[in-house]
Write a protein that binds this ligand. Structure first.
Ligand code: ATP
Ligand code: MG
Length: 440
């Protein structure tokens, strides 16, 4: 992508409305613009990151056997009346009446709609297990939308739903998603801590929130430090996953909502007690037959008798993750993207557009890198060098490649590692090699 053809409205000044660093940097780097409280437009640079995060989620969900579909944002009120949640949900739900006076709502989540689809389509245990998910915009009329995309009113969520014949099978479905979430967050450069979460009136031990540590997070985490030392699991979904899950859940790990100070002190030695702030990036839940009972989602079991299907639901805050990753990955100059979610891998800076040798070397690098499937943002604009450098630092691409007239004559490129700040001057061929790998 040539910057001269791109839309990258960076801001020099810190926007006054932004209280946390990710919000500030997303506005300054031209990733998003607020349209009204908690509702954002995603500009080209921001959308690239959002899509990369969604693609990691897609790949890991596919490995875990979940199938992607797409449900609408608007839902009929009737199914929410069937489940009993239409009145319970309160003011967070955005309610709409259409021209025929029918009640609709902008979906805050999709248990009802997926249960309706399932009950109308599946009759027998032979068609189980199934795990269906989509990545779709949600609306919750949050009382205090804040921190940019972290607590929006309209936000992008991956939400998945599992269907099983009984609790034992539903537990397996839950374990698979537990593993897939650990893997997904790791690939985004994040370490997520699974913490025991409130299961509500149904009870049981099967709800976890996934929290990444960040000072600006809205949750508080209390855990045994060894949770952080657990290995990221393999995607071996045919294996028994219980040991992996036990590896994580053997330790005390809770957020403020579930915290029990006496238990924490009794179970965790003083030198291992970790108390920190964090951001909830995922939440998984086994809720048994709550919706299948209410909405009559029954399947015929092996004995021919109808039984309500056992369900779980699994959410990832895709748009919140963009902010969450920035909270974890930035410095004084700007964002420092992990390779896997970087909007571009390389920022190529032409220090003297119009200089024949410089243009030629830049073009060659740009073409070669692009042909190797690398995403390159080529700053070919007629701008001051200082402005180009600070823009590249601000938008945080993992590598910068700088070409000026002197280097171009010698066939050399200066490469900067955005993570360490380290610079080296190398010939074209060596540059190609270095730039096609994530910086160390
Ligand atoms: P929170 O406690 O942060 O309000 P929640 O528990 O209501 O979140 P869930 O229903 O568990 O949210 O939704 C699944 C995921 O969607 C959350 O883990 C979070 O990452 C994301 N999410 C929820 N609410 C918002 C929001 N207002 N803005 C952005 N992301 C959100
Ligand atoms: Mg939650």
């Amino acid at each position: 992508m040539r910057l001269s053809n791109y839309f990258l409205p960076v801001l020099k000044e810190n926007p006054a409305e932004a209280q946390i660093v990710s919000h500030r940097l997303m506005l300054r780097a031209g990733m998003v613009r607020q349209s009204s409280a908690g509702i954002y437009s995603w500009l080209p640079l921001g959308l690239r990151v959002l899509n990369k995060i969604a693609d990691i989620v897609r790949q890991e969900q596919a490995l875990a056997g979940a199938l992607e579909m797409l449900m609408p944002t608007l839902q009929p009120a009737e199914i929410w009346r069937e489940s009993g949640r239409y009145d319970d949900y309160g003011k967070e739900m955005l309610r709409i009446t259409d021209r025929h006076d029918r009640d609709l709502l902008y979906g805050p989540t999709n248990e009802e709609l997926i249960t309706q689809i399932f009950r109308d389509s599946v009759r027998s245990y032979k068609e189980l297990p199934r795990n269906l998910y989509h990545i779709q915009w949600k609306f919750r009329d949050e009382i205090r939308p804040r921190f940019g995309v972290m607590r929006g009113r309209e936000f992008l969520m991956k939400d998945g739903y599992s269907f099983d014949i009984d609790e034992a099978n539903a537990r397996r479905a839950y374990q698979k998603i537990f593993v897939s979430y650990l893997r997904s967050f790791k690939r985004m450069g994040l370490q997520a801590i699974p913490v025991a979460a409130d299961t509500g009136p149904i009870g049981g031990d099967l709800s976890h929130e996934f929290i990444i540590l960040a000072e600006t997070g809205e949750s508080e985490v209390f855990c045994h430090a060894d949770v952080l030392a657990q290995p990221v699991p393999e995607a071996d979904y045919a294996a028994d996953l219980t040991p992996v899950i036990d590896g994580y859940t053997q330790y005390y790990a809770r957020s403020d909502e579930m915290h029990d100070a006496a238990k924490f002190e009794a179970e965790v030695p003083a030198d291992k007690r970790l108390t920190a702030r964090g951001i909830e990036v995922g939440h998984i839940f086994y809720f048994g037959t709550k919706y299948s009972n209410a909405m009559k989602a029954l399947v015929a079991g092996p004995d021919g008798k109808d039984v309500p299907v056992h369900m779980g639901s699994y959410g990832i805050g895709v748009s919140r993750l963009v902010g969450g990753i920035i909270e974890a990955c930035h410095d004084d100059e700007g964002i420092v993207w992990p390779w896997a979610v970087a909007p571009f891998h390389i920022g190529l800076i032409n220090l003297k557009p119009g200089d024949e040798a410089t243009d030629a070397l830049c073009e060659q690098l740009y073409q070669n890198l692009t042909n190797h499937n690398l995403d390159v943002l080529y700053d070919d604009r007629d701008e001051r060098a200082g402005a180009k450098f600070s823009t590249m630092d601000l938008i945080g691409l993992p590598w910068q490649a700088v070409v000026g007239p002197r280097g171009a004559k010698a066939g050399e490129v200066e490469i900067k590692n955005r993570v360490t700040g380290e610079k080296q001057t190398v010939a074209l061929e060596a540059a190609m090699k270095i730039l096609s790998q994530p910086p160390a």
